[in-house]
Design a protein around this ligand. Sequence first.
Ligand code: PLP
Length: 454
Amino acid sequence: MSKKKSKASRNLIDRDLKVVWHPCTQMKDHEKIPLIPIKEGKGVWLKDYDGNQYIDAISSWWVNIFGHSNPYINKQIIKQLGNLEHVLLAGFTHEPAVNLAERLIKLSPQKIKKCFFTDNGSSAVDAAMKMSYHYWKNKGFKKKSKFISLSNSYHGETLGSLSVSNIDLYKKTYEELMIDTIIVESPDCYLKDENHTDKEHTEIMFDKMLKVIEKKHKEVCAVIVEPLVQCAGYMRMYHPIYLKLLREACNKYHIHLIADEIAVGFGRTGTMFAYEQSKITPDIICLSKGITGGYMTLSTILTTNDIYNAFYDEYTKLNAFLHSHSYTANPIACSAANATLDIFEKEKTILKNKELSNYITKSLKNIVNHNHVGDVRQHGMIVAIEMVKDKLNKKPYSWKERRGIKAYEYGLKNNVLIRPLGNVIYFMPPYVIKKKEIDKVITTIEGAIDIATK
Ligand SMILES: *Cc1c(COP(=O)(O)O)cnc(C)c1O
């Protein structure tokens, strides 16, 4: 990284800090850690105003799939802009939305037949919660009003989605504002007993879920989970058997299963959607992030005719789902999403990613053996590395030491954007990353671990 910042860069930083309040940031940190104005992006590379380039190894918060300024997605958006920028979706419709709904349903299990558009990940989760609750009400189940979710889960920041989340850092301050949620211990395999396989551990942990369901099912609308990887929850992972067992229990006890695929959807875990690896059909599927290839905000809820039909009635019965967002199914966002699905089809991305993820697995060897690495885990195109104080008993570093930030700064100095979650460095790149660029990221992560664990 060049020592001096250019005038253009300094100017933007000064103006920014006067007026912009950044997300998920203690703004005082920027007294020491400089903001980085980005001028342009191309493929996996982000360019600043000072001639530096950074590999976007975290897909700009997990949204980017086919690179920045992707020529094909650009073209499709520009085409759509010439026709229609937006129209309300109530009483009206448009081709990009219909095409997208058809295509998403086609990619889903047989029983998934309807697509409800929302705005962003958190709003999709909120709408899914309302939909599930309202379904049971319409069906005459008056007592069902609670949700079950997993410890260490993350489902968003709005009051509803935060209520079913369970990461203290984001939630604890707002505890009094939260909807009362039943939290069940996560099957997180990082915490497993050495003698157990991931599958055994996951099965054992499911017993805790089953006990809660058996006891509370009469008051429960739905269980909401992040299939296979708890992404914001430090990229903790579990075995697909969990969802299979959960599906069986939800069927038996009349509870919806909501799959929050917002982070893991669109190929991240190796299959198009993570729930596919458990061969289940969720009742409600939440999609966002990668859906537009990382271009625009858009989210959808996919669901069954069984749920849809519970709302289908004479207007005066007031059973309709009267939920909406101003920008529901924005045509430009939908055209970006359709372009993203085009690329998945044309380039056989899921197949290609198998080779990439195998390549990544092989290049992790040095990291696995590092003295201060307690765990290296991977699900497809998601890799997470747990930095620990003591490798033998996985004793963690205190969060107050903020070792992740040292790794972040080292990454930037070496032209790689990583943004650790606490003591966990993760790698979740756009799928257009080349092997040479993977090598660069891995070498940089190795250096970052050395620096951060000193
Ligand atoms: C990011 C995320 C959300 C929230 O999405 P936003 O678009 O940031 O509101 C919800 N669930 C999961 C699993 C996520 O990773």
